[in-house]
Design a protein around this ligand. Structure first.
Ligand code: COA
Length: 309
């Protein structure tokens, strides 16, 4: 069993801060940020929190799924992953269930940081395998600007705000999931509730360079697939240097590894659904494609999922 994408949507705040904007108060420059991260700009949400952004993305994904004949009442589950919930109770997912009128869906939020979308997608497929659900709306939404120390030039330059949503339906094809956590290394990237994010950038960098290639190889082995059989590898958009290193280490064709980090920065759990929505709207997702997604982030957590279109 695997998941098949039948609708995508995203929401990006109108306000955009390019690297030059950050130099108004930070000792940094466009060249350093581009060279070390590949990031040129990020969206910043001043007015909408993770809940409202999630709703906007969800509405667009449902509109898209409507073309395939799926309506809100057909949803069996709604999952939101976020590390920046603007409401705790009820969950953002329950709010969205109410706003969409998805009366047959159960709904809840989870936090798996930047691995969130992959983890929650794998969880949805596991529910599909038990027969509990058929259709799920999966959303990643983050207002990371609210947890940045905007005077910490080694971390705030990386992150951005936004939301992405994907409607997936159960598909009777082979699938595979891989998920890992290393709580003992959690101090590398942390934030207490209401506080500001702190990060050991080099430690996280080394972790990503080791674990992302590993997890991609793990899922290919589980799928009994060669990398050449995969149409697209969708890697969490954290840093272009990490993406390029993974491409090199695994010998992937660069055109099979799309990226939008230059325009988005790292939007944590929203990065993969935003990327999927961009690809969909650009007509780059054709029926029957084989996609491997890989995520990594705070926890530490890392994982991969297989999804089709
Ligand atoms: N502008 C200019 N200089 C900066 C800077 C900035 N925004 N941030 C740090 N520097 C400086 C440092 O102070 C240091 O100066 P020094 O040599 O005088 O001490 C120098 O640049 C090198 O810093 P370093 O931390 O070694 O840089 P780096 O090459 O490791 O790049 C990151 C820093 C954060 C870009 C990089 O470590 C990284 O991307 N890590 C992964 C983080 C990540 O992806 N997190 C999310 C995971 S989901």
């Amino acid at each position: 069993m695997t998941g098949k994408i039948i609708g995508t949507g995203s929401y990006l705040p109108e306000l955009v801060w390019d690297n030059h904007k950050l130099t108004e108060w930070l000792d940094t420059n466009d060249e350093w940020i581009r060279e070390r991260t590949g990031i040129g700009q990020r969206h910043i949400s001043k007015d909408l929190g993770a809940g409202k952004m999630a709703l906007e993305a969800a509405k667009k994904a449902m509109e898209d799924a409507g073309k395939a004949g799926l309506g809100a009442e057909d949803l069996d589950a709604i999952f939101v992953c976020t590390v920046t919930p603007d409401i705790m109770v009820p969950s953002i997912a329950c709010e969205i269930q109410k706003m969409l009128g998805a009366v047959n869906a159960f709904a809840y939020d989870i936090n798996a940081a930047c691995s969130g979308f992959v983890f929650v997608y794998n969880m949805a497929v596991a529910y599909m395998e038990t027969g509990l659900i058929k259709n799920a709306l999966i959303i990643g939404s983050e207002q990371l600007s609210s947890m940045m120390d905007w005077n910490d030039r080694s971390s705030c330059i990386l992150f951005g705000d936004g939301a992405g949503a994907v409607v997936v339906t159960a598909c009777e094809q082979k699938g595979a999931s891989v998920m890992h956590s290393d709580g003992a290394s959690g101090e590398a990237l942390q934030c207490v509730t209401g506080g500001k994010l702190s990060m050991d950038g080099q430690k996280v960098f080394r972790f990503a360079l080791k674990r992302v290639p590993e997890v991609v190889e793990e899922i290919l082995a589980k799928m009994e697939m060669e990398k050449e059989q995969v149409d697209l590898f969708l890697l969490h958009q954290a840093n272009m240097r990490i993406i390029e290193a993974v491409i090199k280490r695994l010998g992937l064709e660069p055109e099979k590894v799309p990226s939008n980090i230059d325009r988005m920065g790292n939007t944590s759990s929203a990065s993969l659904p935003i990327l999927l929505d961009e690809l969909n709207r650009e007509g780059k997702l054709r029926t029957g494609m084989k996609l491997v997604m890989a995520g990594f982030g705070a926890g530490l957590t890392w994982g991969a999922g297989y999804i089709t279109t």
